[in-house]
Design a protein around this ligand. Structure first.
Ligand SMILES: Cc1cc2nc3c(=O)[nH]c(=O)nc-3n(C[C@H](O)[C@H](O)[C@H](O)COP(=O)(O)O)c2cc1C
Length: 170
């Protein structure tokens, strides 16, 4: 599958089959994160793989009850490990870096026939408690991972001319 096909065809998956994710596929997805670019190539990230049923249930609960998170065979929790690192542009590096790595994972998962759903609605303190994540580490995103139990949905997006301008901000 070429990259554009994955970008244009994937959609968020909120219903999962119970069948396991093969270990070689999971490893490939994690490898996509490992190979992602990061500011100064610092790679200040950690990806926690959760398969334990009760832990997944707790993660779903800490995500405002989004129960489909707990129904997937795997949940990946993405953390920034150096949240104090600020880029020259003034932005913290960890949100950007972890998001790029997560995007790579999501696209590769789609190529492998697996569904994901970026989860940003969670109570970070609770997630940290559940997974014993140290105080200084930040949780950036989570995704369930598994075989979809729903069709891919059509995209609703702004038109290009609404989001692109030329030579100056308009
Ligand atoms: C930063 C971010 C946070 C999101 N948080 C959630 C979430 O907590 N729960 C959820 O169901 N979807 C969440 N989504 C998925 C978006 O709703 C979804 O990507 C968007 O509606 C576009 O649909 P598509 O992914 O199917 O193309 C999130 C997406 C992003 C990028």
């Amino acid at each position: 599958m070429d990259v554009y096909t994955a970008i244009s065809q994937r959609s968020s998956i909120r219903a999962y089959q119970s069948s396991d994710v093969e270990e070689d596929k999971l490893k490939k997805i994690l490898e996509a994160a490992r190979l992602a670019p990061s500011a100064s190539n610092r790679q200040d990230w950690k990806f926690i793989i959760v398969k334990a049923k009760e832990t997944k249930r707790k993660l779903a609960e800490a995500s405002f009850g989004q129960s489909f998170i707990g129904e997937a065979p795997v949940v990946i929790v993405a953390c920034g490990t150096e949240p104090k690192a600020i880029m020259a542009c003034g932005q913290p590096a960890y949100t950007v870096d972890v998001s790029i790595a997560f995007s790579f994972m999501i696209l590769l998962a789609y190529e492998l026939g697996l569904g994901t759903c970026w989860i940003g609605a969670f109570k970070e303190d609770e997630i940290k408690k559940i997974l014993k994540i140290p105080k200084e580490i930040r949780v950036v995103a989570m995704t369930p991972l598994g075989y979809p139990n729903q069709p891919t949905l059509p995209k609703s997006r702004k038109a290009l001319d609404q989001i692109v301008c030329f030579e100056k901000y308009e």
